[in-house]
Design a protein. Sequence first.
Length: 253
Amino acid sequence: MNSGFDMRQAAWVVQDLVSTINQHRDWLSEVDGAIGDGDHGINMSKGFSLCGERLKQDPETSLAAALDTLSITLMEGIGGSMGPLYGSFFMAMSTVLEGQPTLDRQLFLKALDEGIAAVEFGFDLENLYVRVDGTSPVSVMLASGFQFGLRFLGPVGLRVELDGLAAATGPTLHRQVDGDQWAVVKEPRLRAAVGRVAEFQIPFSVLGAGTGQRVAMFVLLRRGDVDVERQPRHQAIEVVVPDERFSMSTWTA
């Protein structure tokens, strides 16, 4: 793949994926049966085959468009976690390849590395600020049915979320009320801006966190009720709510 190949009429690549999945359907289910319910191969074959039928209607489409068709087909046609997980993966690849005539090694590796690209945060005496960068524009991902959110471990049982309506309605606050049940709480003090990135402004008072208390959170990419990606993967972001002496304490002689 050093010299690259023409992607402008390359739906055959996805059709080859369809054939490969169907050829290994039984093996995929067998492997899944060791730790799950043994239907992974069946579901994969169903979703990819449906995509293959759709691509037959436009066999000369680009690779980016074919991957987009695969993404939509998997997310709309497959239940459980498989559809959102694989669908988001192929959607991210499609976004990177869109408008590119040739696929080479560097572009292929870039397409594999899509999702939440970076998380930055800061704070002042009153607010927590979080910026989320996606390797695809956040506004595009929201319009495609994804949600970006912050799940708080401290204070526990809170989630702030952005969806496709965020530009008009702003972020929503969700409070855990009973086990895995969440209730939407009207909270006009939350602020967010969405474009190439998403930026949150969250008053510590909304979280019920006072001076000296720990705030811990993960950034989530979700589709429906499924968590597609979490960042950081292994350890929550933590800050301590500052007091008036904070700015002075950060200065050194």
